[in-house]
Write a protein that binds this ligand. Structure first.
Ligand code: UDP
Length: 461
C-alpha cells in the first residue's frame, strides 16, 4: 500500500455493512483499511450481534443497528436460519440508518462536505439491494467465497434434488461435471437436507448480485482463472478480484475473540517447519468423540502441535471439557499447545509452522496459501468442501482426510505431510503457488491491478 496517503481525504465516503460472522468481518475490515489508505472516509454499519470492536479502528465511523435477534437465536448453530433472521430483523433499521446518512451528507456544506459514493456489503445480505436502489446508491457485493463456489452454488439445491436422491455408494467419488472439482458425496454433505428456506435465500442472493453494480472477490486469477471468466458471463457486472486482502494490512485487528498471543513465544522455541497448526475457524463445532480422536492423533504423531479450541463453542456441549482429566490435558501439553483463539495470520507466517490441519474456510485457505503452508483438509460444511478439493485435487498442496476423524488417519496424514517423499513434493508445489499468489498482489500483478480498477470504479460513481 502507498504510504503517506493515509490522511488525505478524497472527499468520498464509502458505507460498508459486513455480515456479522468472523469470516465475513475480517475481509470487510481489510477492504475498509485499503480504501481508507486510498483517501476514502469509511462508515461501517453493523448489527448488534457480533459487533466489531470499534475501538480497534479509530479512523472509521461505526454505526450500530438493531438486528432483531433474541438471546437464544444468537446461539444457534444453523447458519441459514441465522442469516434469514438477520436479514429479516435488520431490514428496517438498515433502511433508516442509510436514509439518515444520505440525508445528512446532502445537508453538509463547506470543506467538510463529503459525498457518499457507494455501499459495499456482503453477498449474504439480501435485504440491501432494493434499499440501495430505492435511494439511488450504487451497491457493490463482497463475497468471501472462492469464485467457483460463488458462481456455482446457486444450483446446489437443484443438483441435490435431481441427481442424488438415489445415489449408489459406487458413485459417491464421481466428479460433478456441473460443479468441478466437487464430488457427488461432497454435494450430499453440503446440502444434507431439503430446505425451502435455503432455496429461496439463494435465489434472492443470485438476483440481488446480478442487480448490483459489481462483485468483489478475495481471490485472484492465479487461484482460479477459468471460473473467473465464467463468472463474468454469468453475472454481467464488473468483477474485481483483489487477492488475499490480509496481505495489505497484516494482523487480525477485527477478531471477535480474545487472541492468545502466547502462541508466538511458544512457536519461537520450536524448530523450523516442525509444528502442525490446527484450527477449524470460528463456526465449526466438533463432538466430544471427534475432539478425543484429534487429540490422540496429535499426541501420537511426531510433530509438535498448536491447536485452537474455542472455549465454550468449538465442541458441542462444552461442559464435558471440564470433565477431561487434568492429567490428559497435561499429557497433551507435553507435545503441544492448546489455545482459545490464535493470531492466525502471524502463526501461519511463523518459520516454525510446517503444516495446517484446517476446515478450509476461504480465509484460512487463502492465508495458508499466501504463507506457503501445506494443508491437511478436514472440511465440514458448505464452501469448505469445494475449497478442500481445490487444495488437494487442483493445486495439490495438501492432503484430504475425506471426513475420517480417526486418530490413526490423522496421525498418518501428518506423517505424510511432513515426510521427505510425498510431503516434499507437496511443499514444492505450495512454494510455487505461494510465489504466484504473492506476485499477484505486488504492483503490476493481477490482483493489484484489479484493486486499482475497483478504486477507479468507486471514484467514478
Ligand atoms: N482466525 C484467527 N484465529 C484463530 C482461528 C481463525 O484469527 O484461532 C481467523 C482466520 O485468520 C480467518 C478467520 O478467523 O481470517 C476465519 O475465517 P475462515 O473463512 O477461515 O473460517 P470461518 O470462521 O468463516 O469458518
Amino acid at each position: 500500500m502507498e504510504k503517506g496517503s493515509m490522511d488525505k481525504s478524497n472527499g468520498l465516503r464509502v458505507i460498508l455493512f459486513p455480515l456479522p460472522l468472523q469470516g465475513c468481518i475480517n475481509p470487510m475490515i481489510q477492504l475498509a483499511k485499503i480504501l481508507h489508505s486510498r483517501g476514502f472516509s469509511i462508515t461501517v454499519i453493523h448489527t448488534r450481534f457480533n459487533a466489531p470492536k470499534a475501538s480497534n479502528h479509530p479512523l472509521f465511523t461505526f454505526l450500530q443497528i438493531e438486528d432483531g435477534l433474541s438471546e437464544t437465536e444468537t446461539r444457534t448453530h444453523d447458519v441459514t436460519l441465522l442469516l434469514t433472521l438477520l436479514n429479516r430483523g435488520s431490514e428496517s433499521p438498515f433502511r433508516d440508518c442509510l436514509t439518515k446518512l444520505l440525508q445528512s451528507a446532502d445537508s453538509e456544506t463547506g470543506e467538510e462536505k463529503q459525498r457518499i459514493c457507494c455501499l459495499i456489503d456482503d453477498s449474504g445480505w439480501i435485504l440491501t439491494q432494493p434499499i440501495a436502489q430505492s435511494l439511488n446508491l450504487p451497491r457493490l457485493v463482497l463475497t468471501n467465497y472462492n469464485v467457483s463456489f460463488f458462481r456455482n452454488h446457486f444450483v446446489l439445491p437443484q443438483l441435490r434434488r435431481e441427481m442424488y436422491r438415489h445415489l449408489q455408494d459406487s458413485e459417491k467419488d464421481d466428479l460433478v461435471q456441473e460443479f468441478l472439482p466437487l464430488r457427488k458425496k461432497d454435494v450430499l454433505q453440503i446440502i444434507d437436507k431439503e430446505t425451502e428456506v435455503l432455496d429461496s435465500y439463494l435465489d434472492m442472493m443470485l438476483e440481488t448480485t446480478k442487480a448490483s453494480s459489481g462483485l468483489i472477490l478475495m481471490s485472484c486469477e492465479e487461484l482460479d482463472q477459468d471460473s473467473l471468466s465464467q463468472a463474468r458471463e454469468d453475472f454481467q457486472v464488473p468483477i474485481f478480484t483483489i487477492g488475499p486482502s490480509h496481505c495489505y494490512f497484516p494482523g487480525s485487528s477485527s477478531s471477535l475473540f480474545t487472541v492468545d498471543e502466547t502462541c508466538i513465544p511458544w512457536l519461537d522455541k520450536q524448530e523450523d517447519k516442525s509444528v502442525i497448526y490446527v484450527s477449524f475457524g470460528s463456526i465449526v463445532t466438533i463432538s466430544e468423540s471427534e475432539f478425543m480422536e484429534i487429540a490422540w492423533g496429535l499426541r501420537n504423531c511426531d510433530q509438535p502441535f498448536l491447536w485452537v479450541v474455542r472455549v465454550g463453542s468449538a465442541v458441542h456441549g462444552t461442559e464435558w471439557m471440564d470433565a477431561i482429566p487434568k492429567k490428559f490435558i497435561d499429557w497433551l501439553h507435553e507435545k503441544g499447545k492448546i489455545v482459545n483463539w490464535a493470531p492466525q495470520q502471524d502463526v501461519l507466517k511463523h518459520r516454525a509452522v510446517g503444516g495446517f490441519l484446517t476446515h478450509n474456510g476461504w480465509n484460512s485457505t487463502v492465508e495458508s496459501v499466501f504463507e506457503g503452508v501445506p494443508m491437511i483438509c478436514l472440511p465440514f460444511v458448505w464452501d469448505q468442501l469445494l475449497n478442500a478439493r481445490f487444495v488437494s485435487d487442483v493445486w495439490m498442496v495438501g492432503l484430504h482426510l475425506e471426513g475420517r476423524i480417526q486418530r490413526n488417519v490423522i496421525e498418518e496424514a501428518i506423517r505424510r505431510l511432513f515426510s521427505e517423499t510425498e510431503g516434499k513434493a507437496i511443499r514444492e508445489r505450495m512454494e510455487i503457488l505461494k510465489e504466484n499468489v504473492g506476485r499477484s498482489v505486488k504492483p503490476k500483478g493481477s490482483a493489484y491491478r484489479s484493486l486499482q480498477h475497483l478504486i477507479d470504479y468507486i471514484t467514478s460513481f
